[in-house]
Design a protein around this ligand. Structure first.
Ligand code: FES
Ligand code: FES
Length: 157
């Protein structure tokens, strides 16, 4: 299958990737760039495990074709914090004990990151609504909600 070269910004760094016509952003991140923090679960837009920011908006990367990304800016979970320097949201997830198996968490954090960038102090209904596309099989929703509320409460500190 022929490939196409796309140049895009990922986590603040320029990248040129050779991708096929059917390759998704999710697979390009995981298999070409080794950015495996973005999880592959349903691969059909149902679970949100693969959520990344595309030009600042939360998207399911399993539904985005890599060939469409020339000139785009992508942020993955690796781009918002590191193990030695967690983001406020990542710290809040740990503080609230919101991480069980952890599989859904990168997607949850990215969706919440997009929400708080948009609305620093959302109410509980808005948080639930904006995370409604992110499924947690461990059913950790109450703690996840509290983690986003905690990060929100620290937004102006
Ligand atoms: S892996 Fe993309 S939405 Fe489930
Ligand atoms: S913490 Fe296990 S799926 Fe959410």
């Amino acid at each position: 299958m022929s490939s196409h070269r796309v140049t895009l910004d990922i986590n603040g760094e320029p990248h040129s990737l050779d991708v096929t016509a059917t390759q998704t952003l999710l697979d390009a991140l995981r298999w070409q760039l080794d950015l495996t923090g973005t999880k592959k679960c349903c691969a059909e837009g149902e679970c949100g495990a693969c959520t990344v920011l595309l030009d600042g908006l939360a998207v399911n990367s399993c539904l985005v074709l890599a060939t469409e990304l020339h000139g785009a800016s992508v942020t993955t979970i690796e781009g918002i914090g590191t193990p030695s320097s967690l983001s406020r949201l990542q710290d809040a997830f740990l503080a609230e004990g919101a991480v069980q198996c952890g599989f859904c968490i990168p997607g949850m954090v990215m969706a919440a990151h997009a929400l708080l960038a948009d609305q620093p102090h959302p109410d509980a209904a808005t948080i639930r609504d904006r995370l409604s596309g992110n499924l947690c099989r461990c059913a950790g929703y109450p703690r996840i909600l509290r983690a986003v509320q905690l990060a929100s409460s620290q937004a102006d500190e």
